[in-house]
Design a protein around this ligand. Structure first.
Ligand code: SF4
Ligand code: SF4
Length: 289
């Protein structure tokens, strides 16, 4: 089974549109949407939900009123100010603010009456969708949720499981933007990476940072310049820089309003003929997946 991660140094470069088009052209892929903080791959398809699951990560403290003797130790040891007293003596109640609790367990350790329980923290959810272009695994981190790297790992594992079950030999990972923890998690076990870059000075800088990351992990990488005709000389510079970093240029996609039109209509670019669709088809051939 092969696994390609599509990356960009920042959001809005066209990475998701390309991933959706590749899935459509392949006809044998599972998509893994690992942009768990702001995912939009499902918006490009009419999806039907096959599975929906909660994602738990870390712990959170909770006080059982009936067991609490009101000693106040939990409030005094909490360095995060997450425990609050409600009411006055002789029987005040102690409550934990779930947004402030870091799950360190100190209150649990000091409670003399075993009134503090540590529970799993609900930090997001994940979905298995069916789409016109094949199965799609997608996840959403809750607004206060942490551990996006762990959720990315889960999305990839589920995508591989589905690929195995359905005899599909390709996993297409729509990577998170940037170079942080979720991106590093998205790189685990991939066969290769494709950078989608824009011909701007910041696009060049973002690409260099991301390329250093894949080089660090020894991942063979390629680059595609999106909307290349907006700045042909910077496109040349990007591709030259890519070659010097051992990243292979595999295609260019021209600026084309039909890409935005496709997003608005909830379809991938290659589902209709257009100049950009022709470029993406060429790019797909060059990927040799
Ligand atoms: S688990 Fe830690 S952070 Fe949470 S309430 Fe207890 S002491 Fe505070
Ligand atoms: S330490 Fe335990 S018994 Fe004391 S106030 Fe907190 S929850 Fe209640």
């Amino acid at each position: 089974m092969r696994e390609l991660v599509v990356l960009s140094g920042k959001g809005g470069t066209g990475k998701t549109s390309l991933t959706a088009s590749f899935a459509f052209l392949s006809g044998r892929a599972v998509m893994a949407d690992t942009d768990v903080d702001g995912s939009n791959l499902p918006l490009l398809f009419d999806v039907s939900v096959r599975r929906r699951e909660s994602f738990y990560s870390g712990e959170i403290a909770c006080v059982t009123d009936d067991l609490c003797v009101g000693c106040g130790r939990c409030e005094s040891v909490c360095r995060f100010g997450a425990v609050h007293r409600e009411g006055d003596r002789p029987r005040p109640k102690y409550k934990v603010d779930p947004l402030a609790c870091e799950g360190c367990g100190f209150c649990y350790e000091v409670c003399p009456s075993k009134a503090v329980k540590l529970q799993e923290r609900l930090t997001g959810e994940w979905f298995e969708f069916e789409t016109r272009a094949g199965p799609l695994v997608h996840a959403r981190l809750a607004p206060s949720g942490e551990n996006s790297g762990k959720l990315v790992g889960l999305v990839k594992r589920e995508a591989r499981r589905i690929a195995k079950e359905r005899n599909l030999d390709l996993v297409l990972v729509d990577g998170p933007p940037g170079i942080g923890c979720p991106v590093i998690a998205s790189l685990g076990g991939v066969s290769g990476a494709l950078f989608v870059a824009e011909p701007t000075v910041s696009g060049l800088h973002d690409f260099e940072r991301a390329a250093n990351l894949t080089a660090h992990f020894g991942i063979g990488s390629m680059i595609c310049v999106n909307r290349w005709d907006l700045n042909p000389s910077l496109t040349e510079r990007l591709e030259e820089r890519a070659r010097s970093l051992d990243v292979h240029p595999v295609g260019r996609v021209r600026y084309d309003r039909s890409v935005t039109q496709a997003q608005r209509e909830g379809r991938s670019v290659v589902e209709r003929e257009s100049p950009a669709a022709a470029d993406i088809r060429n790019l797909w051939k060059n990927l040799e997946l």
